[in-house]
Design a protein around this ligand. Structure first.
Ligand code: FAD
Length: 549
């Protein structure tokens, strides 16, 4: 068996190592266009910021190590230029010498990744304007930063940009993030990004949402990024992080099928439309675990797992790839945002019925020092309670909850399963009712009809004449420090004795800070014959939608 692998980082290196473990005899050649294999893309921003001090730590392994331990024929600075599917050969260009040669294969794995998009605006290729994909890009950015950058502009408010923003702030650089959407981190639902936007501003980052760069100019003082709003942002460094596009040229030229967004089409064995050619990682289309639709999810975990699976299949183990659910996480200083499965906006786009709940628990028992608040949003099927997606934002403990929920989604669990979920607990780690259980209780209560709920957006969207009677059941003090406009305050402890003050001809929307007292108030009101619902997630959720409240 002669196996050729194109691309030597996440997917390619995983495939190569797995292939060798499965076959001592196979001839395995790994081609990588760059000088490095298996480097830690995900660590690159932290090397720029100085959190990762030694460059060599970013090299997870070296060509020498792959040669000696895995007996791989590693060819760096080698670009695969074309595939001849009939002859079963690839044409390789040795970038050091310029020499071109053919290499035959029995099986081929494409792990070519995805390239950063550079929007076609004037000035996008000026010196000082970078994208970040590999160690060479990192070296160039870091060199500039080390020379003393005062102002940097990040185009795009995605994961990589925000990671760079943190690291630029650490380096004392005045940083501006320009994002054309009305939110950062577009895979998330907009309200769940409010705490991250707040954290960016709190760290001194200038956040310009709903704006985009039209031109980048070179002046005597440096670069100027000109926005569609007319703003002119001076900078000595610009990094473009507006998304990635699958590197599919080899596949397309060879006549392999790609999807509408360019991802190489593969079956569940990661085989392309040519049975002797497999493809993995950011270059491919995957099945969305929740919707079943084809999608593209450029993440390291899926790429690594796919590498293993492709190698399994090459060597006769018919393992299958289940699909991707987009489990992703961002750290920004002490804040964390993470998600898994479908977002609310994706469900709306797909016209898929859903319900949602928000809970705002602390990451461990509130009485134990250091409890950090988080917001957890759960999306589920209204008919069956099946989990569809989850997002969380906060600090410590966000990662753990999203990982638990990611597994629950993969296992096809429902909100009723979350009520029953037994998770590790001691006060410094969690709560006897873990945030995951809490979300399950609220969601299951909603589906059982114990807990009628009205969403904040429904309240905001209702014309004044049709609005429910808004009842704030928090204390007078809490009410005074901020409330939903038009609300009337009757603390939950006084509610039973003041029911006569409430209308009988209008629906009452009760709310508290996070939803718990609102739930109790709703139960009191319902049993007193009122039409009532709890505002899901309470005033804290309202503030996600109306950050200035
Ligand atoms: P890559 O790792 O990009 O490897 C593809 C390789 O193929 C490249 O090195 C390229 O040079 C080579 N190649 C392409 N065409 C050819 C050719 N014709 N001939 C030879 N070689 C070729 N994901 C996460 O899940 N979490 C994170 O925290 C995270 N952080 C990231 C931070 C940064 C700065 C970046 C850039 C990415 C990050 N990612 C993260 C994404 C993650 O790195 C990718 O999803 C993953 O590396 C994809 O693996 P891959 O093997 O498909 O592609």
């Amino acid at each position: 068996m002669k196996l050729l692998i194109v691309g030597g980082v996440a997917g390619g290196a995983s495939a190569a190592a797995r292939a060798r473990r499965l076959s001592e005899d196979a001839e395995i050649v790994l081609f990588e266009r760059g000088p490095d294999v298996s480097f830690a893309n995900c660590g690159l921003p932290y090397y720029v910021g100085g959190e990762i001090v030694e460059r060599k730590k970013l090299l997870v392994t070296t060509p020498e190590m792959l040669r000696s331990r895995f007996k791989l024929d590693v060819r760096t600075r080698s670009s695969v230029e074309a595939i001849d599917r009939t002859a079963k050969t690839v044409r390789v260009r040795d970038l050091a010498s310029g020499r071109e040669y053919e290499e035959a294969y029995d099986k081929l794995i494409l792990a070519t990744g995805a390239a950063p998009v550079r929007p076609a605006i004037p000035g996008i290729n000026l010196p000082g304007v970078f994208t970040l994909r590999n160690l060479q890009d990192t070296d160039l950015i870091k060199e500039r930063v080390d020379q003393g950058v005062k102002q940097a502009v990040l185009l795009g408010g995605g994961f990589i940009s925000l990671e760079l923003a943190e690291n630029f702030v650490r380096r004392g650089i005045a940083t501006t993030v320009v994002e054309k959407n009305k939110q950062v981190l577009t895979p998330f639902d907009v309200e769940m990004t409010t705490p991250i936007a707040t954290a960016l501003v709190a760290q001194g980052v200038t956040l310009l949402l709903g704006r985009s760069a039209e031109v980048i100019e070179q002046t005597a003082e440096g670069l100027v990024v000109c926005l569609n709003s007319g703003q002119r942002l001076p900078a000595q460094l610009v990094v473009v992080g507006v998304g990635v596009r699958p590197e599919n040229k080899l596949a397309v030229d060879a006549g392999l099928k790609v999807g509408p967004r360019g991802g190489i089409r593969v079956n569940e064995h990661l085989q392309t439309t040519d049975p002797d050619i497999y493809a993995v990682g950011d270059a491919i289309e995957v099945k969305d675990v929740v919707s079943g639709d084809q999608t593209q999810v450029p993440l390291a975990g899926p790429a690594n797992r796919q590498g293993r699976i492709a190698a399994d299949n090459v060597f006769g183990r018919p393992t299958t790839y289940r699909g991707t659910q987009g489990t992703a996480i961002l750290g920004f200083f002490d804040r964390t945002a993470a998600m898994t499965g479908a977002s609310e906006k994706a469900l709306r786009r797909a016209d898929c019925p859903f319900r949602k709940v928000y809970v705002h628990p602390t990451h461990h028992a509130g009485y134990y020092p250091g409890a950090d608040a988080m917001t957890l949003k759960l999306l589920f099927d209204p008919a069956t309670g099946k989990l569809l997606g989850a997002q969380a934002v906060g600090g410590a403990g966000v990662d753990k909850r999203i990982d638990v929920l990611a597994v629950a989604i993969q296992a096809g669990m429902t909100v009723f399963d979350l009520e029953e979920m037994e998770l590790a607990y001691a006060p410094q780690f969690g709560s006897a009712k873990d945030p995951v259980n809490m979300a399950g209780f609220v969601a299951a209560g909603l589906l059982r009809g114990d807990h009628p709920q009205v969403d904040v957006e429904a309240i905001l969207a209702a014309p004044a004449a049709e609005r429910a009677f808004l009842l704030d059941v928090r204390t007078a003090q809490e009410f005074a420090s901020g409330h939903i406009p038009g609300a009337v305050n009757i603390p939950v402890d006084d509610l039973r004795s003041r029911l006569a003050e409430l209308p009988r001809d209008r629906k009452i929307a009760a709310y508290c800070q996070v939803g718990q007292r609102g739930y109790l108030a709703t139960r009191i009101l319902l049993q007193a014959g009122h039409s009532a619902a709890n505002v899901g997630g309470g005033f804290k959720t309202y503030q996600l939608f109306q950050p200035s409240a």
